[in-house]
Ligand binder design. Structure first.
Ligand SMILES: CC(=O)[C@@H](O)[C@H](O)COP(=O)(O)O
Ligand SMILES: NCC(=O)COP(=O)(O)O
Length: 245
């Protein structure tokens, strides 16, 4: 059964639009835990447009009684600022993304060519030494699996933004197959397989069906939008159920 990690970025984004602390990220973290999420994901970007460094330390303290079963997944680019934060917090999982500092969002995975492999390998070595599961954010392409192994990662997160766009356009068959093939190859190699980006209650079920052995989906943007209608707890229950298959 695939697990749901709720991404709190958009709660923090709304919070940052005023100086009142509303909505309270800690409150929505507690509600997510109570509603049956399996973990929380945050992406403390360099510009702190949403999740701030202080949020990460607050969530580390808040989640401690619930961990390690309820996992903390921290995403980010492995620059010194980020790696120092991870060394302090030591989350159960760290998902490395190749985002430039001012990236609009995470919209592509690591290619792990000569220009990226050294950085990835070094960061992964540090993560593993610290006890954080090292995950690489990659595009749905079976050819990337051998390079992920070469980098020493323990798993992948498939970038599903392209798949979500294909679903909107009714042309998802090719990307769904690519996700399934990449998942099967990664699982055969002993890698954990996660998914994330623009997943929602419509595009999730066929993806789950196409990816036997899927471990986790980290979902924030569309879940938060759905919560404006359904409520936060009900939205989380529905996404967790969709992942349970
Ligand atoms: C890696 C990924 O797809 C998301 O986890 C990412 O956190 C989205 O970032 P924004 O919420 O800043 O768009
Ligand atoms: N890794 C994906 C994630 O954490 C949330 O992505 P999104 O659902 O906000 O697009």
């Amino acid at each position: 059964m695939a697990k749901l990690s709720v991404n709190l970025n958009k709660i923090a984004l709304l919070r940052n639009s005023r100086h009142t602390g509303v909505p309270d990220v800690a409150h929505f973290a507690r509600l997510a835990h109570e509603a049956g999420a399996h973990g929380l994901t945050v992406h403390p970007r360099p510009d702190e447009r949403h999740i701030r460094r202080t949020d990460v330390f607050m969530l580390d303290r808040l989640m401690r009684p619930w961990r390690p079963e309820f996992e903390f997944n921290i995403e980010g680019y492995p620059d010194p600022r980020f790696m120092d934060l991870i060394a302090e917090v030591r989350p159960e999982q760290c998902t490395l993304v190749p985002d430039a500092p001012g990236a609009f969002t995470s919209d592509e995975g690591w290619k792990l060519g000569p220009d990226q492999m050294g950085l990835a390998r070094t960061a992964i070595q540090q993560l593993k030494a610290q006890g954080s599961r090292a995950i690489l954010f990659v595009d749905p392409n079976p050819d990337i699996v051998s390079r992920v192994i070469d980098a020493g990662a323990e798993g992948i997160e498939l970038y599903t933004g392209g798949y979500a766009q294909a679903v909107r356009e009714g042309r998802q068959a090719e990307l769904l197959a690519a996700c399934g093939e990449t998942c099967a190859k990664a699982r055969a190699a002993g890698l954990a397989v996660n998914v994330g980006h623009d997943l929602n209650l419509d595009n999730l079920p066929p993806l789950v069906a196409a990816m036997p052995g899927l471990a986790e989906a980290s979902i924030g943007h569309e879940l938060t939008a759905d919560a404006l209608v359904l409520g936060w707890a009900e939205a989380i229950r529905r996404y967790a159920a969709a992942l349970a298959g």
